[in-house]
Each structure stands twice: as C-alpha cells, then as structure tokens.
Ligand binder design. Structure first.
Ligand code: SF4
Ligand code: SF4
Length: 140
C-alpha cells in the first residue's frame, strides 16, 4: 500500500493471499482442488494460464484504518505490489477462470478432461496405440 489510490481503498490487497498451484491434469488433481473449495473463504482462479488458490484472510498487521501497522518492515512482496496494477484500480480481476464453488470446478473438470480424452483418442487412431516415434526407436 502507499499510493494516493490506497487512501480510498479498504486495503483489499491485505485481505487475502494467493498461492500457485500445479495445473490440474487428472481427476485426482481436481479432487484436491474440490477439497480446497469446500472450505469457507477459499476460491481458485486461473490468471494468464497459471492456477492459484486464494484464501480470504486479512493480514494481522492491517490496522482498523486500513493502513499497514508495520510499514517500515513490511515484507518484500508488499513493497513490490503496485497500486497502479491492483484490482482496486482497474476493477478487472483479469481471471481466465474463477471457481468459487465445487459445482463450477466439477463442471470445468468434466469438460476439459473429456476434451483431453477425445484429443488422445484422435492421436491414437491417427498413429496407432503402439506406434513409436523415430527418435524413441533410436533411444537407448
Ligand atoms: S488494493 Fe490497491 S488501492 Fe487498495 S490498498 Fe492495495 S494497492 Fe492500495
Ligand atoms: S504487512 Fe502491511 S502491507 Fe503487507 S499485507 Fe500486511 S498490512 Fe498489508
């Protein structure tokens, strides 16, 4: 925090944390994410192709007036955060995908994994299941 914009904001960027996730590729991967979404205050989003889990939880150092209580010793990640790029300023969270509920994630998983299986079947019907590529034959 620290720009003129922050004076009109309620410290939005200090009220959650987002952690990167591996891109899900199997039902098992989606199953773990499903469990995350069963918890209150948890969402999952995809931004520029990267997956994140977001936990809505305010920093302990956010003061009642929405200023930072440890401004001089705040973590580097807080120092590097740019008010001009933040969600409050552009109002566009820029998500490729946003999942706030298990049902949304399950529908997405069914759709994307089905497409993936169809692509795999097409590849197999084109190449044959046991067909090896030239570089694989030479390996070893
Ligand atoms: S969300 Fe943006 S405007 Fe609000 S406090 Fe954080 S950096 Fe400032
Ligand atoms: S340390 Fe300060 S700037 Fe960083 S999240 Fe907490 S209140 Fe916000």
């Amino acid at each position: 925090m620290g720009s003129v914009h922050c004076e009109h904001c309620t410290g939005h960027c200090c009220k959650y944390l987002a952690l990167p996730l591996e891109t899900p590729e199997t039902f098992r991967d989606f199953g773990d994410m499903r469990w995350y979404l069963m918890h209150k205050g948890v969402t999952i989003f995809v931004e520029e192709g990267e997956w994140y889990v977001q936990l809505t939880t305010a920093c302990r150092h956010l003061l009642p007036d929405n200023l930072c209580g440890i401004y001089d010793t705040r973590p580097q990640i807080c120092r590097e955060y740019k008010a001009g790029d933040c969600d409050y300023i552009d109002g566009d969270y820029g998500y490729d995908q946003l999942f706030t509920h298990v049902d949304q994630l399950e529908a997405y998983a069914r759709k994307t994994l089905k497409k993936r299986r169809q692509r795999q079947r097409k590849r197999i019907s084109r190449n044959g299941p046991g067909k090896t590529l030239p570089d694989q034959r030479q390996a070893g």
